[in-house]
Write a protein that binds this ligand. Sequence first.
Ligand code: CTP
Ligand code: MN
Ligand code: MN
Length: 494
Amino acid sequence: MIPLKRRKITRTESNQDETCTFSHVSIFILERKMGASRRAFLKRLARSKGFLIKEKYSSAVTHVVSENNSGDDVQAWLDNQSGGDTSTSLQLLDISWFTESMEAGRPVTVQDKHRLKVNPKPNGDAKVFTMKSYACQRRTPLKHQNVFLTEALEILAENAEFSKNEGRSVAFTRAASVLKALPHRVYSMDELKCLPCLGEHSQRVIKEILEDGTSREVESTRQSEQFQAMKALTGIFGVGVRTADRWLREGLRSPSDLIQTGQPLNRAQQAGVQYYNDLQKPVTKAEAEVISDIVQEAVHAVLLGAEIQLMGGFKRGKDVGHDVDFLITHPEEGKEEGLIAKIINWLEEKGLLLYQQTSRNSYLEKMDGPARPRSNMDRFEKCFSIFKLQRSAESTGSEAERSVNQSETSSWRAVRVDLVVSPYSQFAFATLGWTGSKLFERELRRWAGQEKHMSLSSHALYDSNQKCYLRAQTEEEIFAYLGLEFIPPCERNA
Ligand code: CTP
Ligand code: MN
Ligand code: MN
């Protein structure tokens, strides 16, 4: 005998098909982004007005109603349900059609304003895409169509980094990077079959987002107090995961907690706390250009004939960055020695520096040897600094705006700047090493070691087969030594 409860439900459902007033309209309400309780409420409301509401999606459904979803999202969900075989007469509708129908007490005529817009898929053949497994073998543009997935995977990567689980962090970063290299938006798990670096965990997260619009694990991570505190604390210049984690365990959550409890801070961290708000604000391309001009002037004032290159994210075509990176050299090797100190003096005399920490060049090929360095940090003469950048008239905003935002009232802002000096003979390697992205660099070194039995750093390339250093004057030569196709900086956004 069927238990009472189940019998009751079965009856209401099967009866509905026969008893509803508008049997030509068979509605399915999508739970995605709506939630179970609102969906249940809408179902009850519609049924009470004689509408036919389907519990499950099937080919019998004529109208799919959703709330806060784009047409592409709904189509992706449908493709997942039906293996990409949905009827062309199926109506994908916004909740507005449903609400109007409820008010009218009958299904209102579907108009364009009710329809969700579905963009045509790039082309049927591109659905299954194969891809090389090292990020340095692929072209990764800055803009791609899978931000809704990569952003989620990167939250998990960041969280793993906060837990000092590097392997896990790199795995999520690699998975995100694969999706960045795809030339189209992902609609279904089928399209991912032939892709590398997508581990079981990453796939689970992707599947959940494709089906439900969000991943519970990602959202609970994002909201967690621990994640937010680690993000705030590691966001302070001079603070790494280790220190942030110690502070977290002592109950500290934010830069202001550090001030209030009088934590002992080193010089970098003091500057980090002092300029926290400014350093949190992204540096714009326009600001990077102003700083470029200043650095050019400084370098040429102290060493004629020096060459300066903008590096990092801006070289890869980014519109904003967390800092501005420069690489400096001189064609006559030896002339560059001690250059940083001179540049810093010039900048300090002009009152352009808020903070600087300089390190000397400590790389010696003979001493360092070809062994892969323990840390990936290079040993160039360099300076991690904070510039005092005068704001232009436009960027300080109107009087009204200025009175709203306190930190905008100042006539200057703090900007992180990295200056690196390379001997001319290492310049190609330094250029490759300071262009990024971080994952691209990591993958280049992994490729060199695992696939070519070579050791790559920002100083040199050592070939363990031939037991010799390979000299290069251009990045193209280094890619060629490594047996890789040359990837231009704008496609290294792995
Ligand atoms: N780098 C390095 N050694 C460091 C710091 C950075 O070799 N001590 C390299 C990184 O590998 C990266 C480049 O310098 O390739 C730029 O690093 P960074 O400024 O941290 O990142 P960007 O890619 O420029 O990103 P953003 O725009 O946020 O600054
Ligand atoms: Mn940078
Ligand atoms: Mn940098």
